[in-house]
Ligand binder design. Structure first.
Ligand SMILES: Cc1ncc(COP(=O)(O)O)c(C=O)c1O
Length: 461
């Protein structure tokens, strides 16, 4: 037997430490090293790890009913979770479909949107999904086709849906709402919002409204742009454009939803309701893999009046153990009023990230932006602050920061490509909702120590 792992790991040249246990906010490896999970992996472990109430619910459900296929049965756990979410959801979202992850939740949203127009007899022309540059909606071929994450799309470009080869247009993507790089100097937020709304309107007209299914976007941009919140009026403006042209609005809250921004549904802060909304990551806190697609009543009614069936489905949809675990996770968040804490801690973390730079002048010169909502925050690294010039891609800065922080006992989620799809490094932070103030001190100091170490090693200072 070779010592080599038989697991097809993400990086085949890298030997990963082996996680053997988890306690609260820490993961422990086989050498006994403890890591503070300041990003919940990828914004997943919202209650930290091994939360007792959640584990109890999982075990109780497993003992009572492990699995019952949806071709034959519904089950109590899925019914309760659907009631929990729909009774708290933005108005109009009345039904929920449960899958096993974010990509599945978004695939379902795209397919249900498509089915809606089929049921209404408009299916023959409607085929475009308008999405945004610098977006990510998942790694399955459909979700990857509609999203715009350059690094993830390029290796598959020959087999993606031909979303970027619209006959008379350059693409079916519109600009992201990017307050760091997209806002023109001297432009007000409301003018910027109006500019983005008219860009969407122009794109719909260019494609022909009768050919468009939906506009899809992350309510708060996640790992591609790096925790980028929209302008105050952005979502109202986009909702109005969609309504004016009779197309659906799909919100991807896979990363920013489930309480991460301080609201169960991130769009509640923006005061709008989408037609479809995808959730995942924090919904089950990582204890079980779950995706959810919430659907507006008018879509469900069109399906009921038409074919009467959901044409999409998977073997593990509505899985009782997964749903019971997610329900327990969400109940803990509600019973402990953690969303209020997330909003307060988010502001505190933002302040500490800014204040922490006061004594680190050399580092401050390379921090272009600190942003986010609730406990979804990002620190953007730049070679030159005035011009916002990113570091050269070849440095692989984000990977070096991830490794250096890990060696110091901090799990954070660095990413690249926020400037143009390839370059532009940021560190995403998504700490547990239950984080203490000493956890927050540890997070900020370890993060900045790691950045300083990497910058010194690369002679950037
Ligand atoms: C906004 C967004 N949508 C979709 C996905 C895909 O989710 P998954 O990795 O669970 O398939 C992700 C994952 O990071 C995401 O951040």
């Amino acid at each position: 037997m070779s010592n080599e792992s038989a697991v097809l790991q993400r990086d085949l040249r890298h030997t990963y430490p082996r996680a053997v246990s988890a306690e609260g906010h820490y993961i422990v490896d086989s050498e006994g090293m403890r890591y503070f999970d300041a990003s919940g992996g990828a914004a997943i472990s919202c209650l930290g790890h091994c939360q007792e109430d959640v584990l109890r619910a999982l075990l109780e459900q497993a003992r009572r009913l492990d699995f019952a296929h949806t071709a034959f049965f519904s089950n109590a756990a899925v019914e309760e979770l659907a009631d929990f979410l729909c009774s708290r959801a933005p108005s109009g979202l009345t039904h929920a479909y449960f899958s096993c992850g974010g990509s599945e939740a978004m695939e379902a949203a795209f397919k249900i949107a498509h089915q809606y127009f089929q049921e209404r007899g408009e299916g023959s022309t409607r085929r475009w999904i308008i999405a945004r540059e610098q977006s990510y909606h998942g790694n399955t071929l459909g979700a990857l086709s509609f999203g715009n994450n350059g690094a993830r799309r390029v290796p598959y470009s020959s087999i993606l849906l031909q979303q970027d080869k619209v006959e008379s247009c350059v693409s079916s993507w519109v600009s992201a709402c990017d307050l760091y790089r997209g806002l023109n100097s001297g432009e007000s937020h409301s003018d910027y919002t109006a500019r983005l709304a008219s860009e969407l309107e122009d794109k719909i007209k260019e494609l022909g409204a009768e050919n468009v299914i939906a506009f899809a976007a992350e309510t708060v941009s996640g790992s591609t742009l790096g925790a980028m919140p929209p302008t105050a009026g952005y979502w109202q403006a986009m909702r109005e454009v969609c309504d004016r042209h009779g197309i659906l609005l799909i919100l991807d809250e896979v990363m920013c939803g489930s309480g991460r921004t301080g609201y169960l549904f991130a769009c509640q802060e923006d005061g709008i309701s989408p037609d479809l909304l995808a959730m995942s990551k924090g919904l089950g806190g990582g204890v079980q893999p779950i995706g959810a697609t919430l659907v507006a009543s008018h879509i469900v009614e069109a399906m009921r009046a038409g074919s009467g069936v959901l044409r999409h489905g998977h073997s593990f949809m509505s899985h009782p153990i997964i749903c019971a675990t997610a329900l327990a996770t969400q109940r803990v968040i509600e019973e402990q009023d953690l969303l209020t804490k997330v909003r307060a801690d988010g502001e505190a973390l933002q302040g500490m990230l800014s204040d922490g730079l006061q004594t680190r002048a050399r580092l401050a010169a390379h921090i272009g932006d600190i942003r986010g909502r609730g406990l979804l925050r990002a620190v953007e690294l730049v070679a030159d602050k005035a011009s916002k010039r990113p570091f050269p891609v070849e440095l692989c800065l984000y990977k070096r920061v991830r490794e250096c922080a890990l060696a110091q006992g901090l799990i954070c989620y660095p990413g690249a490509g926020n400037a143009d799809g390839v370059s532009g490094d940021h560190i995403l932070l998504a700490p547990p909702f239950t984080m203490t103030s000493s956890d927050m001190d540890f997070l900020v100091s370890k993060l900045y120590d790691s950045l300083e170490q990497v910058f010194s090693e690369l002679d950037i200072f």
